[in-house]
Design a binder for this molecule. Structure first.
Ligand code: AMP
Length: 560
């Protein structure tokens, strides 16, 4: 796909006051337009104001503070000019990477500092001179006390995810650090929530701050279309496999898949096509001619997945769209509404699916507040779900073929076999052949995806054990009733994969794949959910069986 620069995108960022080096970095990253928090914060930050930002992760807040601060510093100095304090080492690394990407053309030196990493290495880089330090409070304080981190040259201090830092007990460390930074400086505080403690540290550290909130509540809800809305919690590395599973289960007639950046669009299109889907890109880096060609293919049903950025999808009219998929949670609730408005038109059922990282969960709640509609968080389709779905498709094809007629010429095959075999067995053999032929060439992905379910979230919140509504599918009597969790004493260490467990359970206990729910595989054991009614049968059957050559312990798991 061509990577022509997008003047419109550049202009939107340029209008916020960002300079050419940053603009070209953004073009390279494939950002097409500023997110609401960036719109609201960047001009004030460039003007040197303090800022209180109420925004969760996923809103684009990192760029909202990093871009203007990068513009305000002079790179190449000996001591840091910006200190960004964050609650965790993961975030330190992530924010440092973001700063590095945004500041690449300015040769910005950025260093993440966190506990657990060698002091020596950090010291070496600090001595060489850095422009921006991203640190967890504890480790920053260690360096300050050893005299290895000098804050006298700071022009700006950022407290990122301040509510988390307070929750983690960093309040005193923050006070101690704040005592070391120059009085004349710019201070930015970001928090997902605004409690009494945040108000009080804001009052203590910020001077006449601009307040920027991403206010879901105040936007008018307008007419939100009636669409089935589902979200899956998936960590980024598993998103592609997760998307494949969801697409296989949903079999959309035509779907619009949204990504945040142009680069994400191109990468996803390539990955999907590599997996046997028919996907095309639509983004701001494409010429009008390229867009027209893509739309033509879509209308002619030569493509069934269109992967797009928000900007590029604006104004597209795709009448046969059945599904909208958010590969990431959109950075503003309003764009979620725009996106899902693409389906469910003219009284037809539409489906909106969102793949959210577990830490973006709160963004989903913001969206629900705006739309006043529920987004159901479900666990990802399991391998068993997919197998059941594939069998369902085979069943439908067999039925269709019977209704279609023209079967007479095959009668001789059946009759000649009937001397030797039972008719049902002959039918089973034929169905197996058809089923396997229909699978050939498709990507029967059975990669394990760790469950990031509301189930786990509930567990963390300490609520209801032993009740997991994680069975999905299209109705059927076996889809109701409660669920038992079985502990099976074999896991990843023995090379067990979900399909081994499904195979063993379905094979040994003679039950249907649909009666198996989510599967979690740990190092030394696995937890499999099955319907209550078949749990005893499964336990008995597995006790006599071998999985990956091992006899295994099987019992009901009452751990939760
Ligand atoms: P954050 O809320 O800072 O964690 O950012 C969430 C994600 O949005 C990151 O992956 C950023 O790279 C991405 N992002 C930030 N700003 C934009 C933008 N204007 N356009 C597209 N993606 C963005």
């Amino acid at each position: 796909m061509s990577q022509t620069s997008s003047p419109a995108a550049n202009q939107a960022f340029a209008e916020l006051g960002l300079g050419p080096e940053l603009l070209s970095a953004l073009t390279l990253l494939g950002y097409e337009e500023p997110t609401p928090i960036q719109q609201a914060a960047i001009p004030h930050l460039l003007a040197g104001r303090d800022l209180l930002g109420l925004a969760a992760t996923g809103t684009g807040k990192t760029a909202a503070f990093a871009l203007p601060l990068l513009q305000l510093i002079e790179t190449g100095g000996k001591v840091p000019q910006v200190l960004i304090l964050v609650p965790t080492r993961e975030l330190a690394v992530q924010v440092a990477q973001a700063v590095h990407r945004y500041g690449r053309e300015m040769s910005v030196e950025v260093l993440p500092i966190y506990g657990g990493q060698s002091f020596h290495q950090q010291l070496k880089v600090l001595k060489r001179g850095v422009d921006v330090v991203v640190a967890t409070p504890g480790r920053a304080l260690d360096h300050i006390r050893r005299g290895t981190l000098h804050l006298g040259g700071l022009i700006a201090l950022v407290l990122d995810e301040a509510d988390e830092m307070l929750d983690m007990g960093f309040a005193e460390d923050l006070d101690a650090i704040l005592a070391e930074v120059p009085k004349k400086r710019q201070t930015l505080l970001f928090s997902a929530t605004l409690g009494a403690r945040i108000t009080s540290i804001a009052a203590k550290y910020l001077i006449d701050p601009v307040e920027v909130r991403i206010k879901a509540e105040d936007e008018t809800s307008g007419d939100v279309p009636l669409v089935r809305q589902t979200a899956y919690l998936v960590r980024r590395p598993h998103k592609l496999v997760a998307l494949g599973r969801v697409l296989d289960l949903e079999s959309p007639e035509a779907a619009l898949i949204f990504c945040r950046t142009r680069n994400d669009v191109d990468d996803l299109v390539e990955a999907l096509n590599g997996r046997g889907y028919r996907a095309e890109a639509m983004h701001g880096g494409m010429s009008q001619e390229e867009r027209d060609r893509t739309m033509k293919k879509l209308r002619a049903n030569a493509v069934d997945l269109l992967v797009a950025t928000d900007v590029a999808a604006r104004g597209l009219d795709i009448s046969h769209l059945t599904h909208v998929v958010n590969y990431d949670v959109p950075s503003a609730p309003k764009s979620y509404v725009h996106r899902i408005g693409r389906v469910g038109r003219a009284g037809r059922e539409g489906v909106a699916i969102t793949l959210a990282e577990p830490r973006e969960h709160s963004l989903l709640r913001n969206i629900e507040r705006l739309t006043k509609q529920k987004i159901t968080v479900e666990s990802l389709p399991t391998v068993a779900d997919l197998q059941a779905r594939r069998l369902e498709l085979t069943r439908a094809s067999v039925r269709e073929s019977i209704l279609e007629g023209g079967l007479e010429r095959f009668r001789v095959v059946v009759e000649s076999l009937s001397d030797e075999f039972d008719l049902v067995d002959i039918a089973l053999g034929a169905v197996k052949m058809g089923h396997e032929a229909s699978l050939s060439g498709t990507d029967t992905d059975d990669e394990e995806i760790p469950t990031e379910t509301p189930f786990q979230e509930k567990k963390r919140a300490g609520s209801q054990p032993n009740k997991s509504p994680s069975f999905k599918g299209k109705g059927g009597p076996e889809r109701s009733g409660s669920v038992k969790r079985l502990y099976i004493g074999v896991g990843r260490a023995a090379g067990v994969r979900p399909k081994d467990l499904v195979g063993a359970i379905a094979g040994e206990a003679g039950i249907h794949g649909r009666q198996i729910g989510s599967i979690q595989i740990a190092e030394k054991f696995s937890i499999v959910e099955v319907f209550d009614g078949v749990a005893d049968q499964v336990m008995q059957a597995l006790r006599g069986a071998r999985i990956k050559g091992q006899k295994v312990t099987v019992r009901e798991d009452r751990g939760r």
